[in-house]
Write a protein that binds this ligand. Structure first.
Ligand SMILES: [Zn+2]
Length: 134
């Protein structure tokens, strides 16, 4: 796994999230995720903070949209990262396709919750709301 995160704040959060994963999961993901990288912004910038793209039957890449992430708290950013790792693990284990359907997102959140990231996912949920409600 190549981690190409040059923003120090995001890198430190990533490192914490990664270290919080169960050891066995970390071992499996380390060889199945090819690249984790910062990308300035999602092209629609419609509150999409990250993306997991399958690159093969058991491999894929994670993109983190730096510009969009910068509007979130550290806790919510960790939620985004755990969610994308959830996608990667669901893809590895069950062959889940690219996350274009709500139930695929739910699977990623279930996985991240099982790893102990409930608080981070909750923060993400709360912080992405105001933009839609207001
Ligand atoms: Zn998702």
């Amino acid at each position: 796994m190549i981690v190409n995160i040059s923003t120090r704040e995001f890198y430190l959060i990533w490192r914490n999230v990664w270290k919080s994963l169960p050891q066995q999961v970390r071992g499996e993901l380390a060889t199945s995720i090819g690249l984790v990288e910062e990308t300035p912004s999602h092209r629609d910038s419609s509150f999409v903070y990250g993306c997991y793209s399958p690159a093969g039957p058991r491999t894929g890449n994670i993109q983190l949209y730096t510009k969009d992430l910068s509007h979130l708290s550290g806790c919510a950013i960790a939620g985004v990262m755990a969610h994308e790792l959830g996608h990667a693990y669901c893809h590895l284990k069950r062959g889940d396709p690219a996350p274009c359907r709500p139930e695929i997102d739910t699977g990623a959140n279930c996985m991240a919750s099982a790893w102990g990231f409930q608080q981070e996912l909750q923060a993400l949920e709360e912080e992405r709301k105001p933009a839609i409600d207001s």
